[in-house]
Design a protein around this ligand. Structure first.
Ligand code: PLP
Length: 362
């Protein structure tokens, strides 16, 4: 926590706004809207996952539709496709960003359209805070008339051509889960430039109640709105967002400097247009074997590190859906490792991690 969160929670208690609406919800929404700029309208929700669910629904995804989804991601990007009874088609990553490969995306679209079924949406993810190739993905989306749901759950504070991630999709999604760059313990947001869509999201998130003096519903709704208490945490967290991004980036720089000249360890550099919040520092090793050697050595010293996300097309729940994959993200999964990346780590903590890995490169 940054320090100001409790004051906002106190305000919620003092004013008795202990509900999924109130001044902190309005305040956090306007803080985010100001931060993202670009005419962003915000609907605060109880998770990033519910934001993806409502986002796909608002993009018109229905039962039996096809949705193109980045394979290299956390399962929450893809699960909502199934909530709607639609089918995922997984797309591999490109080496340059580790995110959705524009070439494979276009190949998939052309093949699917020629087989008579045009996909309904594209879910592209800024994984680990690294922006996907926004220009290319957006152009493909426009060319074929398929909207993008931008999963920016890991990328608040990242930018592409100086513009914030979370502003590039037809609908964009943020997460404030406990592990993210800023947190409300659990929470998320749907971002759009269209205020009608934003209001529609809030309507669906509050049980789709019609305007009538009694309770009337013409549509199935959800209980997805963020609590006013948790939004208070969010307002406090907004004040330290820039500091958190700087802290994560400085962890990354520290590791990079320490591992300079070590052949067994490489990093994903930013491209010219990209600025990453470096949510997690990830390294690539030459092989699964060496990756495991590092991971197990850290574990023996009571330091947690993690393999990169296991691709969706390799997951037991998703392996039978079509995919356009050629080994890129599979290879990243085998060779990559996320290092301790929290902003509360001391220099000594970071040095301890580095020393253990260095010892195991010999
Ligand atoms: C965390 C995360 C989500 C889901 O957010 P929750 O708030 O945890 O539901 C979606 N996509 C990605 C890439 C994430 O990392």
């Amino acid at each position: 926590m940054g320090g100001d969160e409790l004051a906002f929670i106190h305000k919620a208690f003092e004013s008795n706004w202990i509900a999924p609406l109130g001044p902190n919800v309005d305040g956090f929404e306007s803080d985010l809207s100001l931060y993202l700029g670009n005419n962003s309208k915000i609907a605060l929700l109880n998770s990033g996952t519910s934001a993806i669910h409502l986002g796909l629904k608002l993009l018109g995804v229905e039962s039996n539709d096809d949705v193109l989804c980045q394979s290299f991601t956390f399962s929450a990007s893809a699960n909502p496709i199934k909530y709607l009874g639609a089918n995922p088609i997984f797309i591999d990553s490109e080496e340059a960003t580790w995110n959705m490969c524009p070439l494979l995306l276009e190949k998939a679209i052309i093949e699917r359209i020629s087989s008579g079924k045009k996909p309904k949406a594209i879910i592209a993810v800024h994984l680990y805070g690294m922006p996907y190739d926004v220009d290319k993905i957006t152009n493909i989306s426009k060319q074929y008339g398929i909207p993008v749901l931008e999963d920016s759950a890991e990328a608040l504070g990242s930018t592409y051509n100086q513009r914030p991630c979370g502003t590039f999709g037809d609908i964009s999604v943020l997460s404030f889960n406990g592990n993210k760059i800023i947190t409300t313990s659990g929470g998320g947001a749907l971002v759009t430039k269209n205020s009608k869509l934003r209001d529609e999201a809030v309507y669906l998130a509050t049980q789709a109640r019609d305007s009538a003096p009694h309770y009337q519903h013409s549509e199935i709704g959800f209980n997805y709105r963020m609590s006013n208490v948790l939004a208070g945490i969010g307002r406090g967290q907004m004040r330290v967002l820039d500091e958190r991004v700087a802290g994560r980036r400085s962890n990354y720089e520290f590791y990079k400097e320490e591992f300079k000249g070590i052949e067994q360890i490489t990093f994903l550099d930013e491209r010219e247009a990209s600025f990453s919040n470096r949510w997690l520092t990830c390294i690539l090793t030459p092989s699964f074997k060496i990756r495991e050697k590092f991971r197990l050595a850290l574990e023996k010293n009571n330091i947690e590190s993690r393999p990169l996300w296991k691709p969706m097309h390799m997951q037991p729940i998703f392996k039978n859906y079509p995919n356009y994959c050629n080994g890129v993200c599979e290879n990243l999964f085998e060779r990559g490792l996320c290092l301790p990346s929290g902003t509360n780590l001391s220099i000594e903590d970071l040095q301890r991690t580095v020393a253990i890995i260095k010892k195991n490169t010999k």
